[in-house]
Design a binder for this molecule. Structure first.
Ligand SMILES: [Ca+2]
Ligand SMILES: [Ca+2]
Ligand SMILES: [Ca+2]
Length: 218
């Protein structure tokens, strides 16, 4: 009987396209706080807690606040000021979604020096079949809001079939930031992504000039 009740709760929580898209803004987390159970009824490593969406992150996944807002972040133009997600250890951050989600997945990101990639899996912890794979190219820098090299953030998304249980955000540590992670929609935050292909492709030279810049300030 208990199992049945749990199943009903999980089903009612399912992040389906029928409901308004769920968006993770990372607001409410502290600078360098490991996100952990912040979105699953638990807490981040520094005790912050958010809405219980049944979403957990690998322990290397951190929040960081824009230096312009009193934190350590070397970024700007984030869609929901002033906190984003990034990682300092390993080569990816893993997110588990207990109830699963369908249709699509999207987010905003900035990666001025190194590209990254995102995979969507049908099992937890970044294992199982890959339902969708997305290469995320390097982005240009506009100098910040007013400061921050990792600026602005660009929207990107991917659609898929089936039920997804986890997502890996891969890239070079301290070189890629994410915000407004959105479930059940190929457009992040329900907003049509801004960047033109020209903007995304013209970045190589600028990226070279900014080589060595990191997501966090020295
Ligand atoms: Ca900002
Ligand atoms: Ca800034
Ligand atoms: Ca945010």
């Amino acid at each position: 009987m208990k199992k049945m009740i749990l199943a009903v709760i999980l089903v009612s929580m399912a992040l389906t396209a029928n409901a308004a898209p769920i968006v993770l803004t990372f607001e409410g987390l502290q600078n360098y706080e490991s996100i952990g159970g912040f979105y699953s009824g638990g807490a981040g490593s520094l005790g912050s807690s958010g809405p219980n969406l049944g979403i957990t992150f690998s322990t290397n996944t951190l929040a960081i606040i824009d230096a312009d807002a009193g934190g350590s972040g070397n970024f700007g133009g984030e869609p929901s000021p002033s906190t984003i997600m990034f990682f300092l250890e390993g080569d990816s951050a893993i997110m588990n979604v207990l109830a699963g989600f369908d249709t699509g997945f999207s987010f905003f990101y900035s990666a001025i020096n190194n590209p990254g990639s995102v995979n969507v899996y049908d099992n937890f912890d970044g294992i199982g079949n890959i339902l969708a794979s997305l290469d995320i190219p390097t982005t240009l820098s506009d100098g910040g809001d007013p400061n921050g090299n990792f600026s602005p953030f660009f929207g990107i998304g991917v659609g898929f079939s089936g039920i997804a249980k986890s997502v890996s955000f891969a890239g070079v540590q301290d070189q890629i930031g994410f915000d407004d992670i959105t479930f059940g929609s190929v457009t992040p935050g329900g907003v049509v992504p801004e960047p033109s292909t020209a903007l995304l492709l013209g970045i190589g030279l600028i990226g070279t000039a900014l080589a060595g810049r990191r997501m966090r300030r020295a």
